[in-house]
Design a protein around this ligand. Structure first.
Ligand code: AMP
Length: 407
């Protein structure tokens, strides 16, 4: 495989994040990262170099970037200008749902694309945007290898008990399963632990991915055993705007007695709840921590309470716990939240090292803490870039081995 560039794309409903990685060394090197926000409303392109210095900050008219395919075209034009003469080897995409079929990254050809489209009903708010980016690249550069990396894939090997709901069996067989999400983040952490925290890497670890979306994952020997998200990314712990686990009876009541439509329930559960709903102020943890309003404090208390409760539950699944890992926006940056969660886990034998926690050092528990706690920054983009590079290299190798006839 020649040296070149790997583009990683992560699309939301009105945003497109991208990162460019350079192949050639022992490990892939991130070159630039950027995003286009406000697609269809107030489009804005921002690009930073690997050191975080701003390279571009530019607003566009809403008519110039109406939809994701316009955003892809814009990124393509910028990259071609900026990296003239260099070759783009492949595009790797974050795709939220791989269903039961895709338990590892896959090169997207026409049959795979059709299969991914069939999964839209399982993730109607995310999958269509992920696929829009793939489609846009296929239309303009049909020969460009594209790789889909799934948020669900890492959990596909979890035990069957972690995969089911106690519903009649035919529901399971038609796809009503506990898929789990944030898999690319957990996979990155599992891969990083042997270097960062070798003493727990092969043990029983609970990873707390605490960002605007949030979940926990129980790992044994680096493999997913269970996680707090299930059929959808709604279950589990509270998030910026999602409530986490909620008695399904509440939803039956709201639909049956208060006449809420499924669209209204969807908005309630995805956009209006969680830290935002409880506080009535913000979905941003930083703002809530700085705010002394009683409901801001209540939202933070509830966040910590539910996480501590789920840690207990996953500790039971693992039959004990050797380490707790914090990652993502809140987990990596908020010493206050980490201290409160570790404090709530004192019963498990966890003792905070206050200074280490304040400095976000990798290990934030004392040397004699029976269970250790860690801060490990996640890097989902690098995970996607690595998967993409590995897959296209394997395909290229197979082609060479078979004289060019391999798929
Ligand atoms: P992510 O989705 O991983 O980008 O995480 C976003 C969340 O991280 C938001 O709720 C932010 O408020 C939160 N966050 C980022 N930095 C901090 C910080 N220093 N303290 C508390 N929360 C933070």
């Amino acid at each position: 495989m020649n040296n070149g560039l790997i583009l990683v794309v992560n699309t939301g409903s009105s945003s497109l994040k991208f990162s460019l990685f350079r192949t050639g060394g022992d490990v892939l090197q991130q070159d630039v990262r950027g995003q286009i926000d406000g697609v269809g409303s107030q489009p804005r392109l921002m690009v930073k170099d690997h050191a975080g210095s701003t390279l571009v900050e530019r607003d566009f008219a809403d008519t110039e970037v109406r939809e994701i395919k316009d955003a892809i075209a814009l990124v393509g034009t910028w990259l071609r200008d900026q990296f003239e003469g260099e070759s783009l080897l492949a595009v790797g995409h974050r795709v939220v749902h791989g269903g039961t079929e895709f338990s590892r990254p896959v090169r997207v050809d026409a049959p795979v694309f059709n299969a991914l489209e069939k999964l839209i009903p399982l993730a109607p708010l995310h999958q269509p945007h992920n696929l829009a980016a793939i489609r846009a690249v296929r239309e303009t550069q049909p020969e460009m290898p594209q790789v889909a990396c799934f948020d669900t894939a890492f959990h596909r090997s979890h035990p069957q008990l972690a995969d089911i709901y106690a519903l009649p069996w035919e529901y399971y067989e038609t796809g009503i399963r506990r898929y789990g999400f944030h898999g690319l983040s957990y996979e990155y952490i599992a891969a990083a632990l042997p270097q960062t925290a070798p003493e727990i890497a092969n043990g029983r670890v609970i990873v707390a991915h605490l960002g605007s979306g949030a979940s926990l994952c129980a790992l044994r020997d680096g493999k997913s055993q269970d996680s707090t998200m299930g059929f959808s990314p709604l279950d589990g712990i509270p998030m910026g705007t999602r409530p986490g686990g909620i008695d399904p009876g509440v939803l039956l009541y709201l639909a049956g007695q208060r006449g809420m439509s499924s669209a209204a329930l969807e908005k309630l559960l995805y956009k209006d709840s969680g830290l935002l709903g409880l506080s009535g102020l913000s979905n941003d943890m930083r703002m809530l921590l700085e705010n002394h309003a009683p409901r801001a404090q209540l939202a933070v208390d509830y966040f910590v309470h539910r996480i501590a409760k789920e840690i207990g539950s996953l500790a039971a699944v693992l039959g004990g716990v050797d380490g707790l890992v914090f990652t993502a926006g809140i987990g990596e940056n908020s010493a206050v939240i980490r201290a409160r969660i570790v404090g709530a886990c004192a019963w498990l034998g966890m003792t905070l090292a206050a200074d280490a926690n304040q400095n976000s050092e990798p290990c934030i528990t004392t040397a004699d803490s029976m269970v250790s706690a860690w801060v490990v920054p996640t890097n989902e983009e690098l995970m996607i870039a690595n998967h993409t590079h590995a897959l296209i290299t394997r395909i290229q190798q197979a082609k060479t081995d078979t004289g060019g006839s391999a798929p």
